[in-house]
Design a protein around this ligand. Structure first.
Ligand code: NAP
Length: 304
């Protein structure tokens, strides 16, 4: 893979930015990567582990010569960061982000970017329950989708270049509009996270089941919820505050289905339960066939 950008700036140095740095360095996609994080502690860790070619003490310094600037902070922090860097951007630069919500980020960031900047928001559909500068790894984006949501004013060549950058990091790239993105993600990510948070919260509240039993027998299904429910609280608070409409729409449908299944259990309608579970099992097969998960038993945890 050859160089796609001469200078890249990563603002925020957590899981996603650090994975981008390692993936981009492995493939030689950037001449120089500058990074900025708000806390002294994160900047010190970044310097210690060699995360970014240069770690800057201000966001303005990180972005001033950059051809690509990527905002890798929680969704609720995007506006303040955009306001701070706006006046320091190089004319002709591309600004992007990795936020899990797109409509809110577009309206928070867009107004702070001067004319002549190509704004191409993005969202890599890859993550783990870990966060911070030490949690990143070069393989995170491999064979995972990254969705680009180019603004109408962005030049086609700027979008094509960002696509090459993500493809160089191993991602499969698709484009869609911000509203559609937020609805798709409400179904595939945001509502499932809320349900996992709720399920783990419910188990925690059940005093008839002791804490030690919840942990001891967790492999029965509960532990797969706990992985999702261990995701970063700041990030997920911001996701729900900023993708309100689509998440509430999906949760409304979820509640209706839950009531229907609840009724089937009460009335002993085994046929309805069986048909429902048969339909959902087929979705799992589709995910495996699309190469988006392993078909190894127990997600590959079983030692052969
Ligand atoms: P992370 O590991 O928690 O890192 C967040 C970074 O943002 C840290 O460097 C943090 O700085 C900085 N930051 C936090 N609040 C800030 C504020 N108010 N102002 C300025 N900087 C701030 O997070 P991440 O998982 O990489 O997530 C970053 C973005 O990627 C989020 O928008 C998230 O929605 C999106 N995303 C996450 C995932 C995932 O699974 N984790 C997947 C796809 C997209 P300090 O370290 O100095 O506090």
């Amino acid at each position: 893979m050859s160089q796609v950008y001469e200078k890249v700036a990563l603002i925020g140095l957590g899981l996603i930015a650090s994975s981008m740095f390692w993936a981009s360095r492995r493939a030689g996609l950037a001449g120089e990567v500058r990074g900025f994080a708000r806390s002294d502690e994160t900047r010190a860790i970044a310097r210690e582990i060699g995360l970014c070619d240069v770690v800057c003490d201000t966001a303005a310094e990180a972005v001033q010569d950059a051809d690509l600037v990527v905002l890798c902070v929680p969704v609720g922090a995007m506006e303040a960061v955009a306001r701070e860097i706006g006046p320091h951007l190089k004319p002709g630069a591309t600004v992007s982000d990795v936020g899990s919500v797109k409509k809110a980020v577009v309206s928070a960031v867009g107004p702070h970017l001067p004319n002549g900047i190509d704004f191409v928001p993005a969202h890599p559909l890859a993550g783990t329950e870990h966060s911070g500068p030490r949690s990143g790894f070069a393989e995170l984006f491999e064979n995972r989708f990254t969705i680009l949501v180019p603004e109408d004013s962005a030049r086609a060549e700027a979008t094509a270049r960002l696509r090459r950058y993500w493809e160089g990091m191993g991602a499969l790239v698709e484009e869609m509009d911000a509203e559609h993105h937020d609805l798709v993600l409400a179904v595939t990510s945001h509502a499932p996270h809320l349900i996992a948070y709720t399920m783990v919260g419910v188990a925690d509240d059940l005093r008839r089941v002791t804490d030690s039993e919840v942990i001891k027998y967790s492999a029965a299904g509960f532990r797969d919820f706990t992985r999702i429910a261990a995701s970063d609280p700041t990030m997920w608070r911001d996701v729900f505050l900023n993708n309100k409409e689509a998440t509430l729409e999906i949760l409304g449908r979820f509640t209706e289905e839950l009531f229907a299944l609840q009724r089937a259990i009460r009335t002993g309608d085994g046929e309805q339960l069986f048909d429902y579970f048969t339909r959902t099992r087929a979705i799992r097969r589709g995910i495996i066939e699309a190469g988006q998960d392993t078909d190894a038993p127990d997600f590959g945890r079983v030692k052969k």
